[in-house]
Design a protein around this ligand. Structure first.
Ligand code: DAH
Length: 345
């Protein structure tokens, strides 16, 4: 019996060296240590031994079982270790598709691009001007005289003290400044006179020390439009703005011009659109901006002959347009940069 046990130990250890994976190890375990395995057979034979042999054989049987179990768990641990330390890159794996979180354009930037696009289709070029402007371009050349309340230092972000210098600078309060720049540049290009029509839109930031609330901010965006040609009329202004509203808000958009006053246009109007700002609320008219026929005094300030040229201009608030189009109830949402909001619009 002792020899049989030693043979079993040798056979088991020998067989274990040939078991290289989890399946082979499990088959080995069943064959030697399992409930119907070889050790079990030996134990059955042990039961039939005469009493005087039992002590010695029993002790040897325990040793053989411990040796086989020990060898087994050692082999198992080392083969698992080998498996986990295996090749890091399995070249047969399909390529990993990894998507990085990609940002996107801010809603105001997208609306600005959309607006520029709509006007580009109507033949408007894009112009730009600086945010730090002379008060001459922001006011004087736009026919806003020195005593006009719009020039009150409390209502503007002056960079220089307007009482201390002749040409104070300020953060522009309107993109109408770009009208002046575009017309002056066109006159310069024409060698001192306007040589042809002008048709531009100018989007950009403007600044006013307004108290922040749901519809006001100290910084916001406007898009200015200017059309100068021979024989431009109010009908051109109306039809351009209606085409714009229908292109941007859809054919059902209702718009109206409401008589108003701006120093740089005559006649002047407010441009309103009927819109539902919040689900469940009634539609109401909201003011998108101002417009009118370019005042002859503005043409003259820019070196353009008002007897030869006429034109219209408009200036809209981009935030207002964005809020109307995307149903945004509060302008502050556009500037808080809360990703939960930005990823929705
Ligand atoms: N600049 C005006 C404002 O900020 C808006 C405006 C009104 C622009 C009439 C124009 C215009 O070009 O013709 O309130």
């Amino acid at each position: 019996m002792i020899e049989r046990l030693e043979a079993l130990r040798a056979e088991g250890i020998e067989a274990l060296t040939g078991a290289h994976d989890a399946d082979a190890l499990e088959a080995w375990r069943l064959r030697f240590l399992g409930p119907k395995g070889k050790l079990k057979d030996a134990m059955t034979a042990f039961a039939g031994l005469p009493k005087d042999q039992k002590a010695a054989v029993g002790q040897r049987m325990n040793e053989v079982r411990a040796a086989l179990e020990g060898a087994f768990s050692e082999k198992k641990a080392s083969s698992e270790g080998a498996a986990s330390a295996g090749p890091v890159h399995d070249v047969s794996e399909p390529g990993l598709v990894r998507s990085e979180a990609v940002g996107r354009k801010h809603i105001i930037t997208r609306v600005r691009d959309e607006l520029v696009d709509v006007f580009a289709r109507m033949g408007f070029d894009v112009a730009e001007g600086p945010e730090l402007e002379s008060d001459e371009n922001n006011f004087v050349k736009l026919n806003i005289p020195a005593d006009h309340p719009a020039r009150d230092p409390a209502d503007n972000f002056y960079v220089d003290d307007p009482r201390g210098t002749d040409r104070p600078r300020m953060l522009r309060s309107q993109t109408s400044t770009v009208q002046v720049r575009v017309m002056e540049a066109a006159v310069r290009a024409g060698g001192g006179r306007l040589a042809g029509p002008v048709r531009v839109v100018a989007p950009g930031r403007v600044y006013r020390p307004d108290t922040v609330d749901a519809t006001h901010s100290f910084m916001f965006h406007q898009i200015e439009g200017l059309f100068v040609d021979r024989g431009v009329s109010v009908a051109d202004l109306k039809s351009t703005l209606a085409s714009f509203a229908h292109a941007y808000f859809g054919p059902a958009a209702q718009v109206r011009l409401r008589p108003s006053f701006f120093p740089f246009t005559e006649p002047s109007a407010e441009f309103d659109m009927k819109i539902r700002l919040r689900e469940g609320q009634p539609e109401r008219w909201i003011e998108l901006g101002g417009c009118g026929m370019v005042d002859p005094a503005v043409f003259e300030a820019c070196g353009i002959d008002p007897e030869e040229w006429t034109g219209f201009a408009f200036g809209f608030g981009i935030e207002r347009l964005a809020m109307g189009k995307y149903g945004i109830p509060d302008i502050r949402m556009l500037f808080e940069n809360d990703l939960r909001f930005l990823s929705q619009v």
